[in-house]
Ligand binder design. Structure first.
Ligand SMILES: Nc1ncnc2c1ncn2[C@@H]1O[C@H](COP(=O)(O)OP(=O)(O)OP(=O)(O)O)[C@@H](O)[C@H]1O
Ligand SMILES: [Mg+2]
Length: 232
């Protein structure tokens, strides 16, 4: 173990299980990342850290093996024809992380504003960090937008691209939209799915309604019925 890794381990050891720690060490040994930098967020299902990779700063998202809501994950996964998962806790979490990775690639290919995904190893996903100026970008829910109407219009542009590509985020809200220099970047794609999913249309309507409800609260004339009619 390098000295740096030992230091990191001391700082973060309470949030890692042994399996994740081993795989994190693998990612450092094979130079996928140089090492962890700092914790960013302890979320509902995952712990997020910044890490260095060469000169750039990346994000390491580690789905927790113990406190994830497997039943919710499995309920989502079993309707996604791209994945065939047995209802075993670990397999569900690994598929969940892989699904976020694949969704990020798919969204990116379709020109949607998302972080570039680098790789996934079991429950660990590595992607580009999203910045605003020199600092990590913040969630829309915590930001004061300079021009909410402009931001909303841009977000509708993103929805148009997602709809054309037959992808739905399925958990879109001001908690999963980052504000990068006043532009939207959507994160947290693990629940996202494609048109073949029988719930595709229901998720789509929910996403559009959630986003519009938030923008109405901050004074934008955001009409979900209009958007849903426009993007049939
Ligand atoms: N690529 C990224 N660039 C910058 N910050 C990020 C990135 N990915 C995640 N984050 C930060 O980590 C937080 C949690 O990420 P994410 O939403 O993917 O995980 P989560 O488990 O759903 O957490 P939460 O319960 O907070 O939604 C984000 O709100 C954001 O602040
Ligand atoms: Mg989230």
């Amino acid at each position: 173990m390098s000295r740096i890794w030992k230091e990191e381990w001391k700082t973060f050891k309470d949030v890692f299980d042994q399996f994740s720690e081993r795989n994190l060490y693998k990612l450092i040994s094979n130079r996928t990342i140089d090492g962890l930098d700092a914790p960013v967020s302890i979320g509902k299902e995952a712990n997020i850290f910044t890490a260095k990779k060469g000169g750039e700063s990346v994000i390491v998202k580690m789905y927790r093996l113990s406190t994830c809501d497997f039943n919710r994950m499995y309920d989502y996964l079993k309707l996604d024809p791209r994945f065939h998962v047995k209802p075993s806790k670990r397999q569900v979490i690994f598929a969940w992380a892989k699904r976020e990775f694949r969704n990020l690639l798919l969204a990116r290919e379709s020109g949607v504003s998302v972080p570039v995904a680098h790789c996934v190893l079991y429950n660990i996903l590595i992607m580009d960090g999203i910045f605003s100026g020199n600092a990590l970008a913040q969630k829309l829910i915590h930001e004061q937008l300079k021009n909410p109407k402009k931001f909303f219009d841009e977000l509708v542009g993103e929805l148009v691209k997602m709809r054309a590509a037959n992808i739905v985020h399925a958990d879109l809200s001001p908690f999963n939209i980052l504000v990068s220099d006043q532009h939207p970047v959507m994160i947290d794609w693990s629940a996202a799915t494609t048109k073949e999913n029988p719930n595709y249309e229901e998720y789509w309507q929910r996403d559009v309604k959630n986003v519009c409800a938030f923008f109405r609260k901050i004074g934008v004339n955001a009409d979900d019925k209009n958007i849903l009619a426009m993007l049939k």
